[in-house]
Ligand binder design. Structure first.
Ligand code: UDP
Ligand code: MG
Length: 316
């Protein structure tokens, strides 16, 4: 199979017939063998009924229904797991992304051998309240990730080699950083492609202003994952142990010094009155705290199997 189109959707009932018909048209025009994977992220507006009707008309459609709303990342993750095509295309369900971009994205993966080609909505049709924070977000992400050739990390329209989606896991709000995750998984051939972006035709955006804060915390955490391997919090644990050891050694040294001075019957010096001893105590306390923080985080990350614990209600 050439292409899997993965579409996460949450309450997009009005767009679905037009979107799937448009994709079908493009695929047929270019004679691609394809599948459309619709992941219904707990819609409450009748999207699932619409999907069942659409599948009856187009057998290339498969669909997964979540028991409730788990977020776009979880929906993408399920779509990635199901995808069978050599190239996987993701797009939003709201008709803001154009299926007409698919052939060129496909060509760049297959012929130019890119691992990931990300859409760039150079001319966005969104209000400034959205585009300005987005610009900021993109430049921070560029700096932190070292992927300097992307302008629009969060564009819903992207193309991947199949291996890429099979080797990464997206959860939380991490769909915004898929190129970063892919790079850290070892896929370095990443580029972008200017794509059309239309105003939302039906319904309204599902992401409020809180999205940037959540997204930023996720960026910090994946930054640590990238730097410190699978155990991000080992960093804190290690700092804790170092701080503890430094304090401990200084304290022992001061005590030994005192014992020696007593043995030599030199003038009495009270160890606990020395600033260095005070410093050593602080280092020990902070070290213990940091170590425990790292340890707790380790425990939490061990139960991280839970992070993608979405429940699938139906598959068609
Ligand atoms: N979406 C989803 N789960 C959610 C929120 C959004 O699957 O919890 C889907 C949504 O239906 C759409 C895509 O993610 O297909 C992008 O969402 P939206 O258009 O609201 O984001 P925006 O374009 O405003 O950034
Ligand atoms: Mg949208």
């Amino acid at each position: 199979m050439d292409i899997s189109v993965v579409i996460p959707l949450y309450n997009e009932v009005d767009s679905l017939p037009e979107l799937t018909a448009w994709i079908r048209q493009v695929m047929d025009d270019h004679r691609f063998s394809y599948e459309i994977i619709l992941v219904d992220d707990g819609s409450t507006d009748g999207s699932w009924m619409a999907i069942e009707g659409l599948k009856a008309m187009n057998p290339k459609i498969t669909a997964v229904k979540f028991r409730r709303n788990y977020g776009k990342s979880a929906a993408l993750n399920v779509g990635f797991a199901a995808a069978q095509g050599d190239v996987v295309i993701t797009m939003d369900a709201d008709l803001q992304d154009s299926p007409d971009e698919i052939p060129e994205l496909y060509r760049r993966i297959v012929q130019e051998d890119f691992d990931l080609v990300s859409g760039w909505k150079r001319q966005r049709h969104d209000p400034p309240s959205k585009t300005i924070p987005t610009k900021l977000f993109n430049s921070v992400t560029r700096g932190m990730s070292g992927i300097h050739n992307l302008h629009d990390f969060n564009c819903g329209l992207k193309a991947y080699k199949k291996e890429v989606v099979k080797s990464i896991e997206v959860y939380g709000e991490m769909h915004r950083y898929i190129p970063v995750i892919a790079k850290w998984a070892g896929f370095k051939r990443i580029d972008e492609q200017v794509v059309q972006h239309y105003p939302r035709k039906y319904g309204k955006t599902k992401f409020g202003p809180g999205r940037f804060m959540k997204g930023f915390l996720d960026l910090l955490s994946i930054f640590f994952v990238g730097k410190f391997g699978k155990r991000p919090m080992h960093f804190f644990g290690t700092m804790g142990v170092l701080s503890f050891l430094a304090g401990f050694i200084i304290a022992i040294w001061l005590i030994v010094e005192k014992l020696v001075s007593i043995a030599n019957q030199s003038p009495y010096r009270n160890v606990t009155e020395q600033p260095l001893f005070f410093f050593a105590l602080i280092a020990i306390v902070i070290g213990t705290q940091l170590f425990l923080t790292g340890f707790i985080a380790e425990l939490v990350s061990r139960s991280s199997a839970e992070r993608n614990n979405y429940q699938i209600e139906k598959v068609i």
